[in-house]
Design a binder for this molecule. Structure first.
Ligand code: NAP
Length: 293
């Protein structure tokens, strides 16, 4: 069997077109969604990600404001910046780019963001709401993007057996909660899981978020499963100009012969993550506007 490719690039394009329409509707009521990205220091990878997010925001008609604090800034400086953004009516989404320098406690910083502006969906209030089955919550962008890909590919998790490999707070755990809220029967695997293959072979929907190439090979996949590869790994490739290529956690070629649908890397979950950041920002703007209307 050769699996259907679920293209995140294509789905994200459609989602972003739909968002443009929503932004245009808001503009008619003089509401301009605003996203603030906060970076501490000058880590090149963080700069690249923040740049991509700001460009995507601008393309969607979202006003974006980038704030960069020096690497020497202390936690109080960052907390003050967040407090000012929380109070700023022009800002509907606040994103603090992780990782933060050593002198800062990321969990305290995330806690300081107004949950209604937490467009990354990392605030414990929002994760708690997700855990209680609240469907209106601002959910973390990557797992939310996976749910959107499933929905738009005609894969309904209800009644299906879903396995999530990885249990991080930003991907694996919220992914499992979103699937559970969509009425899948879920299992979550991690490093201490015994016989990972036996578990993953039970999955009709398999989501992999580990950070290690070829964690999932063909004989670990149930024939006909839908496989979503969240992993983003750089592997050396001297034939490429940059000297590396990006691969996921799944052995794509071999698993494509077993699964019925699969997401590629790149061009899979990655573009959806940014689209969901924009969607959360527009949603937050819409909610604030509704309070005034
Ligand atoms: P993370 O915080 O490092 O978590 C990795 C998880 O994988 C952990 O729960 C770990 O288990 C589990 N794990 C590691 N090796 C395993 C193994 N051999 N068998 C079973 N479980 C194993 O990573 P993350 O932030 O969730 O990200 C995961 C991957 O997704 C990374 O490649 C990251 O770059 C990528 N990612 C992509 C996007 C996107 O937009 N495409 C967004 C976010 C992340 P323990 O808990 O037991 O250690």
């Amino acid at each position: 069997m050769s699996a259907k490719i679920i293209s995140g690039t294509e789905i994200a394009r459609v989602v972003r077109e739909e968002l443009n329409e929503r932004v245009a509707i808001l503009a008619r009521s003089a509401v301009l969604p605003g996203l603030a990205t906060v970076m501490v220091g000058d880590d090149p990878a963080s700069r690249l990600y923040v740049g991509m997010k700001n460009r995507a925001a601008a393309e969607a008609g979202i006003h974006s404001r980038q704030l960069t604090l020096p690497a020497t800034a202390d936690q109080d400086d960052l907390l003050e910046t967040i407090a000012a953004l929380n109070a700023d009516d022009a800002i509907h989404g606040i994103l603090v780019q992780l990782p933060l320098p050593r002198q800062m406690d990321a969990s305290r910083v995330l806690l300081a963001i107004d949950p209604s502006k937490d467009v990354d969906g990392f605030h414990p209030t929002n994760l708690g709401r997700l855990a209680t089955g609240d469907v209106d919550v601002l959910a973390p962008c990557t797992p939310k993007g996976v749910m959107e890909m499933l929905a738009r590919s005609g894969v309904d998790p209800a009644g299906k057996r879903a396995v999530v490999v990885g249990r991080s707070n930003i991907v694996g755990k919220p992914m499992a909660l979103l699937l559970l809220n969509a009425n899948a029967t879920i299992s979550v695997a991690h490093r201490r899981t015994v016989d990972l293959g036996a578990l993953t072979r039970t999955a009709e929907i398999l989501v992999v978020a580990v950070g290690r190439p070829k964690t999932i090979v063909a004989d670990m996949v149930k024939p006909g499963a839908t496989v979503v590869d969240v992993g983003t790994n750089r592997v050396d490739d001297p034939s490429r100009e940059r000297g590396y290529r990006v691969v996921g956690d799944v052995d794509f070629e071999a698993v494509s012969e077993v699964a019925s649908a699969i997401t590629p890397v790149p061009g899979g979950v990655g573009p959806m993550t940014i689209a969901m950041l924009l969607a959360n920002t527009v949603e937050s703007a819409l909610r604030r506007a509704r309070k005034r209307w």
